[in-house]
Design a protein around this ligand. Sequence first.
Ligand SMILES: O=C(O)[C@H](O)[C@@H](O)[C@H](O)[C@H](O)COP(=O)(O)O
Length: 255
Amino acid sequence: MSDAHHISGNVHVRRFESGDELARAAAAAFVETVVAAQRDRGHAAVVLTGGGTGIAVLDAVLRAPGGIDWSAVDVYFGDERYLPPGDPERNEVQARAALLDHVPLDPARVHAMPTLDEAGAGSPESAARTYAQVLAANSPDGSTPEFDVHLLGMGGEGHVNSLFPHTDAVREQDRFVVGVDDSPKPPAARVTLTLPAVRRARQVWLLVTGAAKAEAVAAAVGGADAVDVPAAGARGLDRTVWFLDTEAAAALPAG
Ligand SMILES: O=C(O)[C@H](O)[C@@H](O)[C@H](O)[C@H](O)COP(=O)(O)O
């Protein structure tokens, strides 16, 4: 069981006894959100994340997929390690292994970020421009799709997607996708949706486990500057939900 706690505005915190419990609850909420979007609009658009917690949620969705019509789901990625096709460190590869390869998605609706061009013609920046075009082509107005939910993991210093503290990427105000050449966490080359893109999602869910995240969770929930703690800037249009295990929630005020 979790207690759902309303923080302020549209920000909510849900606490769970374990990472497994968190993954099952987030998976159930994911299924409910996708089904509701399909009922209301005929299709759903989701943004997936890498990281152990985010992939565990996809695994839990596979085990309890409810009534999702997989043929009417568009899948996007919040960030990607700019690596060769099939590299096991790519978020896309991990998401395929956990869920995407096992459900009847329309392959044309799985919008992976570009891979490293081993001939050397590309770059994270060119990959970002390509992905921005993918988003625009699937949007009502040349911006981004109307994302129903954007899943996010969070690093111990508060990074989300490949938006690390005190970087140009986290400061980006205009573009929806940028390339990163110097990620402080390897690999250095990445492609990432920016905070303006994240904020276009109806719902943003932060999936966070472990004591190493507790201080950053408290800072972000407490309203830190997003340049210092990028997760603080990740807000959904309708709703922002923190899914936390007991350890990750440990530095929050009781409630
Ligand atoms: O791109 C990366 O290097 C990781 O994927 C990273 O961004 C991850 O999502 C967070 O660090 C949370 O990871 P955990 O959920 O495994 O703690």
